[in-house]
Design a protein around this ligand. Structure first.
Ligand code: ATP
Length: 461
């Protein structure tokens, strides 16, 4: 299965989905760059998530800044409590996450355990713990390492305070909760959704897009009357799991996992896990954060965060149900789930069986032969008019390919997950029909040119 990851990483690079960050300088750990196809896929993933949030009339969108006043992260508890357990190998000086070393030998541990708790567990198992880098059994003490990344933005002189890059988008939402309420368009219960970059000083970034130091989150914080919060939590849990149907994710590849050790802000926390080639891993967190965040910001900022409920005549600080999923972990899941090696017409092929809405390119247009002027001209005409008539659907990426024989062009499109290839041939010149070839079955059918846009709109609906 690890082999599958290597194949996916190599395909992602070769065809322009994802490149290693700063590759020409030997890379920069925990960063990746999205290439041409990756950008298109990334946008599709975000659009679908935003579309799902838009189904709710009471969800507002926000785009808050990456940098905030440092007090935000003091209030949220991240400055003192947002850390991972670091342990260094004395022999080769590699830095590891203590919980991951323990898990690797079958001992249940997680990064949210308290400092004494994980040190005790680590000490009890010291004799069995081997450094994966050098094979020695010689580790130092476990210490909590802050995940917050700092920057000198706005700091010019010695003594000026460093600022934090946001470690989650959620805090931008909490500090704007009042602003959104005061626009008058929303009232509790309501949600604020945001998509944006997040930075974390992960001790050991690894597994490709799964654990990065710079990544993107799609988060929604739902503000609700305290009494109604448990019911809202259950509803959101159900909705978020069902959501993955839209992305074409197989049900048996997803499961729920409850947190044993709750982070400082949570009242209850469940993760949706996906079975990646390296094992089950968190894809999305659906957490019940109670009134922790708003109360903390009220305390630190002095601004009243309470809400007067006209319906129930109560004043309260709303409770928060959070849904938080990584764009990059979603993309990795979709690449992994779509990757197949099969045979078509006696030829081996690699195919990405993306759901059409996920596919970066929706349609490739080919002239059957590239040396017949009338066929090429007709194909250009079809390509241009289809592009124009689908202009209003921004995710409708269409490409032209006249390079090599038709078989090769199909293979190229299969490998990047293009669901449909349209070919203009000799018959097109007689009856204005083209062939549409389906990526998964390889079957072709003839279709009238004038109804092509309707056809693709229907297929994408
Ligand atoms: P993990 O336990 O894997 O470190 P987490 O519990 O810290 O994850 P959250 O803080 O709940 O993660 O963040 C919400 C979502 O953000 C995760 O479900 C995941 O999809 C994504 N995410 C978190 N950390 C990373 C990372 N280092 N790289 C890529 N995506 C991440």
């Amino acid at each position: 299965m690890e082999n599958q990851m290597e194949k996916i990483i190599s395909l992602a690079k070769r065809r322009g989905f994802v490149f290693q960050g700063s590759e020409i300088y030997g890379g920069f750990a925990g960063t990746y760059d999205y290439g041409p196809l990756g950008v298109a896929m990334h946008r599709n993933v975000v659009d679908i998530w935003m579309g799902a949030m838009r189904q709710h009339d009471n969800i507002a969108f926000l785009d808050s800044s990456i940098f905030t006043a440092p007090r935000v992260w003091e209030a949220s508890g991240h400055v003192s409590g947002f850390s991972d357990p670091l342990v260094v190998c004395n022999a080769c000086h590699t830095k590891h996450r203590a919980d991951q070393l323990l898990e690797a030998i079958g001992i249940q541990a997680d990064e949210k355990m308290s400092d004494p708790e994980i040190n005790k567990l680590f000490d009890a198992n010291r004799k069995k713990l081997i450094c994966p880098m050098c094979g020695k059994k010689d580790f130092g003490q476990v210490s909590a390492k802050s995940l917050l990344a700092t920057s000198t933005l706005g700091a010019f002189e010695q003594g000026d305070q460093l600022v934090y890059l946001r470690g989650e988008t959620a805090q931008g939402i909490f500090i704007n909760y009042k602003n959104v309420l005061e626009t008058g368009f929303y009232s509790v219960p309501f949600g604020i959704a945001q998509v944006g970059k997040v930075f974390r000083n992960e001790i050991s970034p690894r597994q490709f897009l799964f654990r990065q130091r710079e990544f993107e989150q799609m988060e929604m914080q739902y503000f609700v009357r305290p009494k109604d919060a448990p019911a809202a939590y259950e509803t959101w849990k159900e909705e978020r799991m069902n959501y993955y149907d839209i992305l074409g994710v197989k049900k048996e590849k997803l499961r729920w996992k409850q947190h044993e050790h709750l982070v400082f802000y949570a009242k209850d926390a469940w993760d949706i896990e996906y079975e990646y080639p390296f094992g089950w891993g968190e894809l999305e967190g659906v957490h019940y954060r109670g009134d922790y965040d708003l109360t903390q910001h009220q305390k630190f900022s002095g601004v009243d965060m309470s809400f007067y409920d006209e319906k129930t005549k109560e004043r309260y600080i709303p409770h928060v149900v959070e849904t938080s999923v990584g764009v990059d972990r979603t993309i990795l899941m979709l690449l992994v789930g779509a990757y197949y090696e099969d045979e078509m017409n006696g030829e081996k092929r690699v195919v990405l069986r993306f759901a059409p809405r996920i596919a970066p390119i929706k349609v490739a247009v080919f002239p059957l032969v590239s040396n017949k002027e009338n066929i090429v001209a007709k194909a250009r005409e079809v390509y241009k008019s289809l592009k124009l008539s689908m202009l209003h659907i921004s995710s409708f990426m269409i490409v032209w390919d006249d390079n090599g024989n038709i078989g090769k062009r199909y293979r190229r499109q299969d490998e990047i997950g293009t669901p449909w290839c349209v070919t203009i041939d000799y018959q097109t010149l007689e009856d204005n029909t083209v062939t549409i070839r389906d990526r998964d079955t390889g079957k072709q059918k003839r279709h009238k040119i004038e109804a092509l846009d309707e056809y693709f709109k229907k297929m994408l609906a």
